[in-house]
Write a protein that binds this ligand. Structure first.
Ligand code: C5P
Ligand code: MG
Length: 190
C-alpha cells in the first residue's frame, strides 16, 4: 500500500490536490473534514458532536475523530492505499493512525506538506467561503483561529514523521498543475 498524509494549513489546497492524486495513483481519499460535514449535513449523533467545535475552528476531540477515521480505513482494507487529508491533526491522531495501519500490515509512506503563507490562506478561504456555504470559511476570526490551531496542535505532526524521514514539503503557491507536479515527483520517488 501507498499511504500519503497530505498535510498543510486549511486552504492550502489539500482537497484539490487529493482529487488529482486519486486519479493518478488510484488511492482512497479520506478527508476527515468532508466526513464531518457529511455527518453534520445528515444531523447524525456524530455530526451533532462535531458541530460546535467546527463552528469555532477548534479540533473535534481526538477519540471522536480517530473512531470515525478507523471505521473508514477498515471499510477499505482491499485498497491500494490511502490519502489522508486533514488527518492526523495532533500527535495522538498520528500515533493512532500508525497503530491502525500497523494492524492491517502497512504504514504511512510519506507526509507531504503544502506550504502557503497566512495572508494567502485567509484570502483563499474567504473566496472559497463565498461559494462553499461553509460557516467556518466565512468568518475571519474563525479562519484565523483555524490557522492558530494548525500552528499549535498540528505542525508537531510534521516533526513526528520527520523523525522517520517521511516528511516532505512543497511550495503550495502556483497553478494547480504546477503544485500537482511537485507532489507527483515525490510520490514517484517513494
Ligand atoms: O480539514 P478541514 O479544514 O475541512 O476541517 C474542517 C474542520 O473540521 C476543522 O477546522 C476542525 O474543526 C474539524 N476537524 C477536526 N479534526 C480533523 C479534521 C477536521 O477537528 N482531523
Ligand atoms: Mg479540505
Amino acid at each position: 500500500m501507498i499511504n500519503l498524509v497530505l498535510f498543510g494549513p486549511p486552504g492550502s489546497g489539500k482537497g484539490t490536490q487529493a482529487s488529482k492524486l486519486v486519479e493518478k495513483y488510484h488511492l482512497i481519499h479520506i478527508s476527515t473534514g468532508d466526513l464531518f460535514r457529511y455527518e453534520m449535513g445528515n444531523d447524525t449523533p456524530l455530526g451533532q458532536q462535531a458541530k460546535s467545535y467546527i463552528a469555532k475552528g477548534e479540533l473535534v476531540p481526538d477519540e471522536v475523530t480517530i473512531g470515525m477515521l478507523r471505521n473508514k480505513v477498515e471499510a477499505h482494507q482491499d485498497a491500494k492505499g490511502f490519502i489522508f487529508d486533514g488527518f492526523p491533526r495532533t500527535i495522538r491522531q498520528a500515533q493512532a493512525l500508525d497503530a491502525l495501519l500497523t494492524g492491517i500490515g502497512t504504514s504511512v509512506s510519506a507526509l507531504i506538506a503544502l506550504q502557503v503563507d497566512d495572508e494567502e490562506i485567509v484570502q483563499r478561504i474567504k473566496l472559497r467561503g463565498a461559494s462553499s456555504g461553509r460557516p467556518d470559511d466565512s468568518d475571519e476570526n474563525v479562519i484565523r483561529n483555524r490557522i492558530e490551531v494548525y500552528k499549535n496542535e498540528t505542525t508537531p505532526v510534521f516533526d513526528y514523521y520527520a523523525q522517520t524521514g517521511k516528511s516532505h514539503s512543497v511550495n503550495g503557491i502556483g497553478s494547480i498543475a504546477e503544485i500537482f507536479g511537485r507532489l507527483a515527483d515525490i510520490m514517484d520517488s517513494l
